[in-house]
Design a protein around this ligand. Structure first.
Ligand SMILES: C=C1C[C@]23C[C@H]1CC[C@H]2[C@]1(C)CCC[C@@](C)(C(=O)O)[C@H]1[C@@H]3C(=O)O
Ligand SMILES: O=C(O)CCC(=O)C(=O)O
Ligand SMILES: [Fe+2]
Length: 371
């Protein structure tokens, strides 16, 4: 199993008292614990230039107007071949639902640490509450708290989000659970629409990827970034490519998302009416490397909390990730071997710290295992 120093998991610091990320204390502190200080070459840059990504009007795409479909498909194809990021507007998700999701998120993260820890994420798992990644990694810790949970589009899981949240947090979280159940359903529907667009743009027709993800078993993650008195030393989320298939992100009005394109970090400005969409490693494999999963990160600031809601689309656990035959020919032979998503997930949770090389390292490991 690969284990380079930069990808080490929880290790050698058994002598020191355990580090706790209590945002209510740390947000005021100028003395930043060393574990949160990033090496100089990864420290955030002040004032990253704006990254102009295409705005895809999903309203006219979904209306099937051929001119709109052509234009959306051209813009998406161009963006995904280069960096994999675009915005969707006129997406049809009720703005009231988005606003409620943000409000309920505040309610959760404003609880005392001990209350939030009722949903504590366990070692080797990707769901639950995590205050930074203390206990999981010992260097380059993110300046954030997260709450993650599973969503399944399968018919027999229609209350799974709500049930999970009530189980871990108690009956008071029924309404919270209901809002997030609805939010995840809206994200799943939206992602299937985007899959139609990706299918058309790759020339495999609108149904192929939509059908592949119809019974998706996805992950919803709430990112909560408290202010940091030394934002130039820390990162909210370190540089990484999403290992998942497609990410649909809603960021609040604060700003902090940056993408590494043409050798520099660039900022995607907040837009409440839009979702930021990006290709993840699993879709890069499904497209036989044509569409890129691109390095991104989130920076923090000294005065205000920032929130983002990420829906990570993932295939049903038993689906084999393999590109359609139209994308494999004598000029473009298979770039990645077949795999199932749970194996890549386990790889990122147990053996490897997700970064820009995750898919390649995972792919080498699979090939070496089977060869
Ligand atoms: C499968 C997952 C691992 C992560 C959460 C979900 C989807 C994306 C992953 C993540 C966001 C990729 C970047 C690194 C990570 C550690 C993070 O900074 O949050 C990842 C998640 C995780 O393991 O918590
Ligand atoms: O908060 C953000 O803007 C980005 C978060 C992110 O990249 C992630 O959760 O994978
Ligand atoms: Fe990400």
């Amino acid at each position: 199993m690969p284990q380079s120093p930069k990808n080490q998991h929880k290790d050698d610091d058994s002598q020191k008292p355990p580090l706790v990320f209590d945002a209510s204390v740390l947000r005021h502190q100028s003395n930043i614990p060393a574990q949160f200080i990033w090496p100089d070459h990864e420290k955030p840059c002040a004032n990253a230039p704006e990254f102009q990504v295409p705005h895809i009007d999903l309203g006219s795409f979904l209306s099937d107007d051929p001119v709109a479909v052509n234009e959306a498909s051209r813009l998406v194809g161009e963006a995904c071949r280069k960096h994999g990021f675009f915005l969707v507007v006129n997406h049809g998700v009720n703005p009231k639902l988005i606003a409620q999701a943000h409000l309920y998120m505040d309610d959760f993260f404003e609880l005392a640490l001990s209350q939030k820890q009722r949903a504590q994420r366990k070692a080797g798992e990707h769901c639950g509450y995590a205050s930074s990644f203390t206990g999981r990694f010992s260097t380059k810790l993110p300046w954030k708290e997260t709450l993650s949970f599973r969503y399944s589009a399968e018919a027999n899981s229609s209350t799974a989000v709500q049930d999970y949240l009530c189980n871990v947090m108690g009956e008071n979280f029924k309404q919270f659970g209901k809002i997030y159940q609805e939010y995840c359903e809206a994200m799943s529907t939206l992602s299937l629409g985007i899959m139609e667009l990706l299918g058309i743009s790759l020339g495999v027709g609108k149904s192929h990827f939509k059908e592949f993800f119809e019974e998706n078993e996805s992950i919803m993650r709430l990112n909560y970034y408290p202010p940091c008195q030394k934002p130039d030393l820390t990162l909210g989320t370190g540089p990484h490519c999403d290992p998942t298939s497609l990410t649909i992100l809603h960021q609040d009005q604060v700003g902090g998302l940056q993408v590494f394109v043409d050798d520099e970090w660039r900022a995607i400005s907040p837009n409440f009416n839009a979702f930021v969409v990006n290709i993840g490693d699993t879709f890069m494999a499904l497209s036989n490397g044509r569409y890129k999963s691109c390095l991104h990160r989130a920076v923090v600031n000294s005065h205000v909390t920032r929130k983002s809601l990420a829906f990570f689309l993932c295939p049903r656990n038993d689906k084999v990730v393999r590109p359609p035959s139209e994308l494999v020919d004598s000029l473009s032979t298979r770039v990645y071997p077949d795999f199932t998503w749970p194996l890549l997930l386990e790889f990122t949770q147990k053996h490897y710290r997700a970064d820009m090389n995750t898919l390649q390292v995972f792919s080498n490991w699979l090939q070496q295992k089977s060869g």
